[in-house]
Write a new protein. Structure first.
Length: 95
């Protein structure tokens, strides 16, 4: 199963490299695009859940790394959720 990383920039300018056990991220994000924080979290939740489900279908267990990454995204997003005009940028994919 091909894994990947995707680099994002939070509204405060902090860059973060995120992990996915599947290339499904490319179906939910576009390099260089900005997403409202709530949309970014929602897309991440959908994509990383699908990615974890694919691991489970292949290996018989969910991907704890995908679940950990989702938890990190959800936690990091909290300070920005109520701030109008806050966006997360998907900078690049690392395959």
């Amino acid at each position: 199963m091909p894994e990947m990383r995707f680099v994002i920039t939070w509204p405060d300018g902090e860059q973060e490299t995120c992990y996915s056990p599947s290339l499904i991220i490319r179906d939910f994000f576009t390099e260089g695009e900005r997403y409202t924080v709530s949309d970014f979290v929602d897309r991440s939740r959908k994509a990383l859940t699908i990615a974890s489900d694919r691991v489970e279908a292949k290996y018989g267990f969910a991907c704890s790394s995908a679940n950990d990454q989702l938890a990190r995204i959800e936690s990091a997003a909290v300070p920005f959720l109520d701030k109008a005009g806050s966006y997360v940028r998907c900078d690049s994919f690392i395959l």
